[in-house]
Design a protein around this ligand. Structure first.
Ligand code: NAD
Ligand code: MG
Length: 396
């Protein structure tokens, strides 16, 4: 009887993208209170060894390897367990629809859109780390959230900070929402040195430890542009006059600021550790202690702010323009960014080519307005083909 009660009281969760930076931090938090959770699904793209390790430790009911190549290897590693082992993209999308209390959407890129929509359609609580969903399909995605009465919680540190502030204050009195940006590793590097930047240098973020794609996005400051779009869909209601802004804050201690109509600004701060925002979404509407370092105010040197240098980091301007264009431009922007970041990481193009390729794609391609997920996926494919042609003109 007691055992049944214990199982019933457990929070059931799925983690889509459990082997990545956000996925691993989520499992770290779960390991602190292991008995409170029942894990339904863990998934990854191709890191079957880590997926197997996680499965042995956390005993999910099911694991999904999106890339089927190493399915047999994964099966061997999990031989003798009663974990269901699946592979392929269809299985991933289907597994995301298994009813649970909480889903972490931490697949990187557009690949996360369909599985996340599948989770949203359960009408459950979805912790959204995957910002590319909102950049590519914001309107359609948010209408699915509304239609299915799902609860969408922001994981991205800035958005999580805003959410924390808005939970304590009346949204009607907000005048401006301000995201902070670290400025990335090249904040103080002269722009004429940008063409020599190597992937290794660009991956070395001064404050945050993250997956490769978002690390490069931070280096170009595309990440902050994408986050403006993300914040728009999370917080700016239709026809509202709330302004959206960003400020460079190199220490990454303050994550978000909300300015109210009376001139007060309320801010959220913490050490730059994603376990803190993830923990807030995992325990929301409550809080729980975790293993992240706490701020020692007396040891803090200084907190500084400066305006972003749009000329040095044109990605911010590009994203602002995209935000006020048809949704199709969001798809093209995201696809062009994903493809060029990958080409840069693979040593095919220069760091400076990333942004010029995106600009060329957006100028040449006049994407149609999309009205459903399948149209978004079609636009995404077309945008990637156009981007690949642009990449081929820049090959080193
Ligand atoms: P990551 O590269 O470390 O991990 C990505 C995860 O997605 C892995 O588990 C990988 O196996 C899986 N994956 C990759 N491609 C896939 C595919 N085609 N199909 C299925 N699964 C696939 O990335 P990350 O840094 O953890 O970021 C994940 C998401 O969270 C991104 O959208 C990023 O923008 C967002 N985010 C990350 C951070 C951070 O600190 N890392 C902060 C804010 C937001
Ligand atoms: Mg962020």
């Amino acid at each position: 009887m007691e055992l049944i009660q214990e199982i019933e009281n457990k929070k059931s969760i799925s983690i889509l993208g459990s082997t990545g930076s956000i996925g691993k931090s989520t499992l770290d938090l779960i390991s602190l209170n292991r008995s409170q959770y029942q894990i339904e699904v863990l998934s990854c793209f191709d890191n079957y060894k880590l997926l197997a390790e996680q499965a042995i430790k956390f005993k999910p009911k099911r694991v999904v390897l999106s890339d089927p190549k190493n399915y047999n290897e994964l099966k061997k590693l999990l031989f003798g367990t009663n974990i269901e082992i699946l592979s392929g993209r269809k299985s991933l999308i289907e597994s995301a629809s298994i009813p649970v209390d909480w889903v972490m959407s931490s697949i990187v890129g557009m690949a996360g859109l369909e599985p996340t929509i599948s989770a949203v359609k359960q009408g459950t609580t979805v912790a959204l780390a995957n910002k590319e969903c909102l950049v590519s399909a914001g309107n359609i995605f948010m209408s699915e959230v509304e239609k299915n009465s799902a609860i969408l919680l922001p994981v991205d540190s800035e958005h999580n900070g805003i959410f924390q502030i808005l939970n304590l204050n009346s949204g009607r009195e907000v005048e401006k929402i301000i995201l902070t940006a670290s400025g990335g590793p090249f904040l103080n590097l002269n722009k004429d040195k940008f063409h020599d930047i190597t992937p290794k240098e660009a991956l070395a973020h001064p404050n945050w430890s993250m997956g490769p794609k978002i690390s490069i996005d931070s280096a170009t400051m595309m990440n902050k542009g994408l986050e403006l779009i993300e914040a728009h869909y999370f917080f700016i209601e239709k026809n509202s006059n709330v302004k959206l802004d960003l400020i460079v804050h190199p220490q990454s201690i303050i994550h978000a600021l909300v300015e109210f109509i009376d001139g007060s600004i309320i801010l959220q701060m913490s050490t730059p550790d994603m376990k803190i925002p993830i923990s807030y979404t995992l325990n929301w509407p409550c809080r729980a202690s975790n293993s992240a370092k706490k701020i020692d105010l007396a040891m803090m040197d200084k907190l500084t702010f400066q305006d972003p240098d749009i000329e040095k980091f044109p990605a911010i301007k590009i994203c602002k323009e995209v935000l006020y264009s048809d949704q199709g431009y969001g798809v093209a922007l995201n696809a062009a960014n994903e493809e060029s970041v990958m080409a840069f990481l693979n040593g095919m193009i220069k760091f400076t080519d990333i942004i010029s390729i995106i600009q060329n794609v957006l100028e040449k391609y006049k994407p149609e307005k999309s009205t459903c997920i399948s149209e978004i996926i079609e636009l995404d494919n077309i945008s990637r083909e156009i981007t690949k042609k642009e990449i081929s003109k820049c090959l080193m």
